[in-house]
Ligand binder design. Structure first.
Ligand code: BTN
Length: 258
C-alpha cells in the first residue's frame, strides 16, 4: 500500500520545512548549527562526516540509504525517552511493511534496530536547552536500505533491507511512512509508562544474556537483562565471582548479545 507523499505529510502535520542535501557533513550537525526550528526535517543522500553514538562514524553509501534528522521541541523531564520513541516508530514502520520471520527485526537497548541480529538502524539524538522543560531534540536516524556492500570493519555487524529481503525499497516512500508514524503517535512520546511498556513488549529483552559496556573505553562485563525501567534504564544482573549476583541499573551504554 502506497502512503501519502512526503509533501502531503508535511502539510497534514504542519511541519516547517524539508531540506534535501545531495551531500552534507552531517544532517544532525547542520540542524544544530543552523538552529533550525521545531518541525524541520533534513534529508541527505550522502554524509561526509556522519556521526553515531560514542562519537563513532556512521557509514552510508551515497543515495542508498535513509539519512535524516527531525527537529522537534518537546516538553519532557526525561530526554532519554525520545530515543525510545524514535526507535519504536522506526521499528513499527519496518515491521508493518516487511515480514521478517523468526529472525526478524529486533529493538536493541537503548535505540538500535537489528535485522537478523545485525544493525539496520541507528539513532543519534542530540538536544539543546538541556536545563529547561521544553527541549529541542535533533533526532538523527540512519537506516540501511539499498546498500549491498559494507566496509570490512562493519561487514559482520551490519545489514540492509535489500540484503535481507532481496528487493530494493523506495527511500522517499519509507521516509514518508516514518514521518507519518512519528507525527501521528507523538502523544506516546510524552506518556512514559505506555511508551516503555510498548517498547518493552516489542523488544522482549528480559532474560537475554548480554555483554554491557558504558562506552568504548570501559571494560565489558556479562550478565542477564532483568528489566527495562519506566524511565528507560536497563537493569542487568551481572555474573560475579563465587555466584554472588548483583543487579545494576544503567541509563546509557551499549549491550551486545552473547
Ligand atoms: C548510532 O547507531 O551510533 C547512531 C547512528 C545515527 C546516524 C544518523 S544518520 C543521520 C544523522 N546524522 C548523523 O550524523 N548521524 C545521524
Amino acid at each position: 500500500m502506497k502512503t501519502d507523499s512526503l509533501s502531503e505529510i508535511l502539510i497534514a502535520y504542519n511541519l516547517r520545512a524539508v531540506l534535501y542535501f545531495n551531500s552534507i557533513d552531517s544532517t544532525n550537525k547542520y540542524a544544530r548549527e543552523n538552529n533550525l526550528p521545531s518541525g524541520s526535517l533534513i534529508i541527505a543522500a550522502e554524509q561526509t562526516k556522519g556521526r553515531g553514538r560514542f562519537d563513532r562514524n556512521w557509514e552510508s553509501e551515497k543515495g542508498s540509504n535513509i539519512l535524516l534528522t527531525i527537529v522537534k521541541s518537546i516538553r519532557t523531564e526525561n530526554p532519554a525517552l525520545i530515543n525510545f520513541y524514535a526507535s519504536y516508530i522506526v521499528y513499527k514502520t519496518l515491521t508493518d511493511l516487511f515480514t521478517a520471520g523468526d529472525n526478524g527485526f529486533a529493538l536493541k537497548w537503548p535505540n538500535d534496530i537489528l535485522l537478523d541480529g545485525r544493525k539496520i538502524c541507528g539513532i543519534l539524538t542530540e538536544l539543546k536547552n538541556i536545563k529547561t522543560d521544553r527541549k529541542k531534540f535533533y533526532i538523527g536516524i540512519g537506516i540501511n536500505v539499498n546498500q549491498l556492500k559494507f566496509s570490512e570493519s562493519i561487514r559482520n555487524k551490519s545489514t540492509s533491507l535489500v540484503k535481507h529481503f532481496n528487493r530494493k525499497s523506495d527511500i522517499s516512500d519509507l521516509i514518508a511512512r516514518i514521518i507519518k508514524n512519528f507525527c501521528e503517535n507523538i502523544k506516546l512520546a510524552f506518556d512514559y509508562s505506555s511508551l516503555t511498556e510498548i517498547w518493552r513488549k516489542a523488544a522482549k529483552l528480559e532474560g537475554k544474556r548480554v555483554e554491557f559496556r558504558l562506552n568504548d573505553t570501559t571494560e565489558a562485563h556479562s550478565g542477564v537483562i532483568t528489566g527495562i525501567k519506566d524511565d528507560g534504564a536497563i537493569e542487568i544482573e551481572s555474573d560475579t565471582l563465587v555466584g554472588v549476583r548483583k543487579k545494576s541499573v544503567y541509563y546509557s551504554g551499549e549491550i551486545s548479545f552473547i
